[in-house]
Write a protein that binds this ligand. Structure first.
Ligand SMILES: *Cc1c(COP(=O)(O)O)cnc(C)c1O
Length: 433
């Protein structure tokens, strides 16, 4: 049983998010329901922006990595908070443009962008394309000539820093579908080639070393490898790059034992490294981008479910079934991810038992939380699963033809639907009747 500090419990023992009683939200909008705390999202965004202002003289921009949760409303919030966004597909780009997002502050990623996607991006005036593969330069070149445009690009590289293995410098990272490796000269050769295209201008390099990272060390290591490479490019190719994109990957709290790094501390540490290497090598201090996704929306989201069937299998485990499952949260079945929850209608009751919270899909692996400590749950209780704001809605599916739940934004005691609940008609809308 864990809940975030920014949440409250009212006198009736109900979980309150953004000033809204979650049991009332469950009644009004039905369950399953994604609830997002708008103030928390804005606070998370401001932490990045303020830290760049404070430790890097504002010479950078946080880009919201919108794959974590892509919705028209999210791009509007990011715009209001002065962030840029990163998109990884035509669909995300389309959503951002529909939201009226300033295209010059959009960075477009992808290891296999189609001709149509690149065309759409250049035509819309997207700020930076992150080039990530042989053949992409030729596509960009052809489209630029057709549209009579120039493309400002970043090139994605693999710094050889592996944040997942706790072994920060590792050649294993070469085995990754994204980017060009620095250590085997692949990145150097590609950059040399990119310099020969007069339709593209290389603004800088990009790297992204992983996700849900709780340590400073890999980020610092990465900044160091990147800046040393910048020094090499200047010395060998006479290429001075004005920008550096350090990616995202900052961890958030899913369960009590998670210990996220402070974003401010991260930016301070990385700033020092960049400035130091620039000074040593007489390089200009680059404009930096960082790309937080999970840490913007993850802890701002909560999923409300209603408890249905309960099965207590003697000496094995107790299954508490809820009315959603892997369709709205596939992270357990994908990665074995951990979550924690409270009973929203009895948030102050002490936990009494350890249960498995499972979904209603036809898969035994359809589990949301294994070993969840909860008060004795009963049919009709509302389960509030913490930290579902990132990679839940954006990864949701209609498996078993279950409609996707709506997303409700809460702030100051008010709630509003930002994405509607799907209907059965939505489910069959592409079927030929
Ligand atoms: C996924 C991704 C991010 C965001 O990662 P988080 O762990 O959600 O912060 C940023 N940049 C790129 C290129 C990504 O692929």
């Amino acid at each position: 049983m864990y809940m975030h500090d920014y949440m409250k419990v009212n006198s009736e023992g109900h979980l309150v998010i953004g000033g809204c009683d979650t049991t009332e939200l469950a009644k009004e909008y039905k369950t399953p329901l994604y609830v997002m705390d708008e103030d928390r999202i804005r606070d998370n965004m401001r932490q990045y922006k303020n830290s760049i202002d404070k430790f890097y003289s504002g010479n950078g921009r946080a880009l919201y990595a919108s794959k974590a949760f892509s919705a028209v409303y999210m791009y509007k919030i990011a715009a209001e908070e002065g962030l840029g966004v990163d998109v990884v597909s035509g669909g995300e780009l389309y959503t951002a443009l529909k939201a009226g997002f300033d295209p010059s502050k959009i960075v477009f990623h992808g290891n296999n962008k189609s001709y149509d996607e690149i065309h759409m991006a250049l035509n819309a005036g997207v700020g930076r394309l992150v080039v990530d593969g042989e053949g992409e330069l030729e596509k960009i070149d052809a489209i630029c000539k057709e549209l009579d445009k120039k493309a400002e690009i970043l090139i994605r590289v693999k710094p050889g820093v592996d944040a997942h293995t706790h072994q920060f410098i590792s050649t294993g990272q070469i085995d990754c579908k994204f980017g060009f490796a620095i250590e085997n000269g692949e990145a150097y050769e590609f950059i040399k080639k990119a310099m020969t295209f007069d339709t593209v201008q290389i603004k800088g390099l990009h790297c992204h070393i992983g996700s849900q990272i709780f340590l400073f060390e890999p980020f610092k290591c990465c900044a160091e490898v990147m800046m040393n490479f910048y020094a090499e490019l200047k010395a060998e190719l006479g290429l001075t790059l004005p920008e550096l994109n350090l990616g995202g990957g900052f961890g958030i709290k899913y369960v009590e034992s998670d210990t996220p790094v402070s974003y401010e501390g991260y930016i301070e540490a990385v700033s020092d490294i960049i400035k130091g290497i620039c000074e040593e090598n007489e390089l200009p201090i680059p404009f930096i981008y960082m790309e937080p996704g999970r840490s913007i929306v993850g802890d701002a989201g909560t999923t409300l479910y209603t408890v249905g069937t309960i099965k207590d299998i003697a000496h094995v485990r107790k299954y508490v079934s809820i009315d959603g499952g892997l369709g709205d949260n596939p992270r357990y079945i994908l990665y074995g991810s951990e979550y924690d929850a409270v009973l929203a209608n009895r948030a102050t009751d002490t936990p009494e038992e350890t249960v498995t919270v499972c979904g209603k899909c036809c898969e035994s692996g359809d589990i949301i939380i294994e070993n969840c400590h909860l008060p004795k749950a009963q049919s009709g209780d509302i389960v509030a699963v913490m930290s579902t704001g990132a990679y839940n809605y954006s990864m949701a599916s209609n498996y078993n033809r279950i409609p996707r739940p709506p997303v409700v934004m809460v702030s100051n005691g008010k709630s509003k639907v930002i994405i509607k609940r799907e209907t059965y008609d939505d489910i069959i809308k592409n079927d030929i009747l």
